[in-house]
Design a protein around this ligand. Sequence first.
Ligand SMILES: *[C@@H]1O[C@H](CO)[C@@H](O)[C@H](O)[C@H]1NC(C)=O
Ligand SMILES: *[C@@H]1O[C@H](CO)[C@@H](O)[C@H](O)[C@H]1NC(C)=O
Length: 465
Amino acid sequence: MEGKLRMRNKYKKPTTLRCSAGNRCSLPVAVVSVVVCLFLLQLYTLLPQKDAFKLDTRILTGKSFRELEEVDEENIQVPPPRKRSPRAIKRKPKKPTTIIEEFLDETSQMRHVFFPDIKTAIDPNKGNDSFYYHPGRIWLDTEGNPIQAHGGGILYDDRSETYYWYGEYKDGPTYHAHKKGAARVDIIGVGCYSSKDLWTWKNEGIVLAAEENDETHDLHKSNVLERPKVLYNENTGKYVMWMHIDDTNYTKAHVGVAVSDCPNGPFEYLYSKNPHGFDSRDMTVFRDDDGVAYLIYSSVENSELHVSPLTKDYLDVSNIVSPVLIGHHREAPALFKHQGTYYMITSGCTGWAPNEALAHASDSIMGPWETMGNPCLGGNKIFRETTFFAQSTFVLPLKGLPNYYIFMADRWNPADLRDSRYVWLPLKVAGPVDQPLDYDFGFPLWPRVSIFWHKRWRLPFRLSG
Ligand SMILES: *[C@@H]1O[C@H](CO)[C@@H](O)[C@H](O)[C@H]1NC(C)=O
Ligand SMILES: *[C@@H]1O[C@H](CO)[C@@H](O)[C@H](O)[C@H]1NC(C)=O
């Protein structure tokens, strides 16, 4: 091997440009060479860089990693009884007695704790260099408007080296379609935002819009479109969106599919159905390392979850389906894979009211899944028991930071759904679990999933375009 290399080197043609002082080279040759060199240099810088994750190593210190796990404490208590307005009494005769009731009461004195006002908004046009996440604060896009991407998910698009955040665009009035109906906003469509740094988001517009006139259409504004998630299909080169499609009363329980040639749309709506003949409400999709994608949906009246591989083009479910967490009544699934193990965060089923998150793990995405307990750390007991007053929607892997993820959740505001907030927090998989597992038939002991509460935090490195 060495000999071969040496031989090759020996006969290697000199490729360096020789123009030392001893040699006389003509001016035109030198000028042409310089121009060619400059041209090649220009070409090289125009080439797309393979690794878009340019980590700023100056701030990549052990201290900043530890800071992700140094949780903030909270000390909120139900305020003393107060005079309530006649309107509040009429609407809710019983006065709020628990923190969750306070949270849901739009006239609460504690409103600012859960829904801080616009003056505290995260604004990329003010102090662009801060890069701090403030869970629960209003988050503005690059045009200064509150981001509308609720129940969302993020796709990292390798081709444009850009993150795309898709979610429900809910910038319309909240109302009840009938007395017993849930608070709702008419379908406007799926909002899409792009970013290189996961903090500065540019509005890419509504990439799948409501249908205004045709009342029989799934996307007619009187229906429900929730939890849109997008995957890129390498076989077809198309972007495929999956979403929950329902009627006002949530009796249809369909999953819907749309497709686009570009990550920023427009998406063409294809169809909806009851997958495998089952009802399907909260859902997500997950693309595995081998390119196989899966639909995970709450089914049988939200009592269990179903996992199903998608077809090769991601446009339909295959006919394989596996019921998991049967009888557990979980929704809002958010899946990720860490060191060959599948993890999932779910919420309980209490409508718009927040509840306790649970982490689950499995060696196979098709199950059986094991429940590992509440992943939330910090805040106080009530923060941990309400998922920081929010509900899971997505877990985003961080390239270049293999043990950490961003946990994305929605702090729903049922009095004014468009003003629902985003709760993004660091998530880590490591350390022993802190409660016995449900089953004990030879499962490996999974590491603990932890979500760390912060009033304010940022990534320990910068991402840039
Ligand atoms: C903030 O950064 C973005 C790019 O990330 C840029 O487009 C924008 O102009 C910057 N705004 C200010 C005020 O510097
Ligand atoms: C929803 O339920 C209400 C009350 O039960 C009913 O009046 C209404 O017609 C239902 N709407 C649909 C679209 O099924």
